[in-house]
Design a protein around this ligand. Sequence first.
Ligand code: AMP
Length: 355
Amino acid sequence: MGSPLVSPARIASLKGRTPTIATLCSHSSLQIFHGARLEGFPTLGIAGGAAPRFYDAFPLARPDRFLTVPRIKDLPTVVDQLRDAGVILIPHGSFVEYLGAEEFGKLDVPVFGNRAVLAWEADRRKSREWLESAGATMPKRFEDASEVDGPVIVKYYGAKGGKGFFLAKNREALEDFRPTGPYVIQEYVLGTRYYMHFFYSPISDRGYRVGTGSLELLGMDRRDEANIDELYKLGAQEELLRAGIRPTFVVTGNVPVILRESLLPKAFEIAAKIVERSIELFGGMWGPFCIEGIMTEELEFKVFEISTRIVAGTNLFISGSPYSDFIEPQLSTGRRIAQEIHRATAAGRLAEVLS
Ligand code: AMP
């Protein structure tokens, strides 16, 4: 049995009652509420301003109740209400981004997953330290432009949606780069992108064993990114740059993909090592996470990022995916989160999946 990271005081609000599953009304909230409802949990939608109307169009995914605050940043002022409601918060990308990783980490409300992971994910250097020390291959990083020996992507720190990224085919092309803030120069990996949706349960005693529990693959997607995905239709990059058109990587949607079956062992090995290393570094990463990378023509998978919570690409698989169907029919990631809370409660181990 693992050792709980969460203090008894933090989860005292859940004692002797069925928890309410709550999240911010955005990102993957429809899936989270739908999954919670299927598993018999009450649900609460948190919204900035008015309760959003669009849930009325999706009755099976509408939260039972809403809690509104003037702005998301005001959430810390209603922590008592959240505790009184017996809430477990489910983090997702927009939730953490709108509130800020630091503020989210400080909320005195039970959170599903390990909030300590936020600091490792948010900082590009720390996440590289984690992933590389887990044995994952990452795109090469160049400390200086003079070292560049092939195509590169220049990323600004914390650039949201890849805005302002600069692509250069070689060292000469990089000379046109005029930085406007701190940046990193990274090898541009040629290949095909895969965003793999994993789920690690520290309390499961079956399946693909890792750490104290098991690792599941629930789905896979590729992001649609504007304008890069369609930019080639306008001609060569050099001409576009001369016309003042720059590539951007703003996520606008997601498409389902699967990996060649012979590559699945590799995917599981990488994910397992990342989980094992998380246990050593900061007590573990459990629940959903996404490994984002590029498979090269040599069939080497280079990881460029990790998301340590439910990603929006899982929204494709409300009724299951070509992977989750081999675990259980109709298993979305949102539903799997609710199941984990259920199973942990039944085993008297809820404290092990919260923080
Ligand atoms: P990121 O902000 O790191 O998630 O990157 C945004 C997008 O840029 C990714 O979804 C990829 O399409 C692309 N990208 C990031 N890093 C690389 C890389 N090293 N090589 C090729 N494409 C990349």
